[in-house]
Design a protein around this ligand. Sequence first.
Ligand code: UT7
Length: 323
Amino acid sequence: MIRAVVRGFGASLPKRVMTNRELEDLVETSDEWIVQRTGIHQRYIAGEGETTASLGAAAAKAALDNAGLTASDIDLIICATSTPDNTFPATAVNIQNRLGIHHGFAFDVQAVCSGFVYAMATADLYIRGGMAKRVLVIGAETFSRILDWTDRTTCVLFGDGAGALVLEAAEGEGTTDDRGVLTSQLRSDGTHKEKLYVDGGPSTTGTVGHLRMEGREVFKHAVGMITDVIEAAFDATGTSADDIDWLVPHQANRRIIDGSAKKLGIPSEKVVITVDVHGNTSAASIPLALAVAAGDGRIKKGDLVMLEAMGGGFTWGAVLLRW
Ligand code: UT7
């Protein structure tokens, strides 16, 4: 059977680092509160000329270099983002143009913090369905542009950045020993809209709006939803927590990550953490974390890797893959 196998990875971050101390000058907060409640020490903030598409294109180029490919080898680009450069056209098409290619097709996926997991599931289906052979799957965000910088309950949490994978069609045996995506489990429930949303949009206010979140309410649901989809991924593949080499979670809050890993029985040495340096970069957080852990040699070819995310909507999901 055909499998969607990771061939390359890449990342791109804005130049500017913003520390917790800098936030103390903007809102009534403290480095101590932010570190204790979230595990975040710093985040990257996009400057003038840095946009979701520019960061996404840089991450895509890094992933192509890592794969030993050029843009002409790609036939599909999927970009997960909730902070597009424009309402339309899609950021993925903007990135396609920046990569200098005019063949194939490109589109965005919008599932907020679960966007990269949704995009991976989508790319896997396009590859297994035979509609694409090599796919750039990108998570790119500039959440700094939709933050209310006077609201201490949200502005300390988020950051900007982009990460990308190149997925390639390869023959597999149909077992969990195959490299590539082994299962994707996706969920959504719109009844939770008010707990995490942006209070603007083209069809309502005609403005971009700002992010609004009832953090404690989101937190209450997060661990249960995350463990639910991970257990569904284990059930679908006959694997268990003992088989996992790496858990690469969406990086929203260190306490949510630790709580989920503990509930699943995954030891902390197997969990990739980047929330300390990146903050919450929404759909970019998983590919950024993958680029860090594969780049420093922790994630190796053949490792069993679980990706998971939960966010606005609510949306949540998990992807199990063999690297
Ligand atoms: O990525 C998408 C999914 N999003 C998430 O997963 C986020 C989920 N939620 C969280 O990570 C946490 O709920 C937060 C980090 C947002 C907040 O942590 P918490 O432990 O749930 O704190 P809280 O909201 O219960 O607030 C505790 C106190 C409050 O004061 P009172 O009411 O106890 O007097 C807040 O007003 O902390 C106060 N507070 C702050 N204090 C200093 C809230 N924000 C800040 C701040 N600095 N930045």
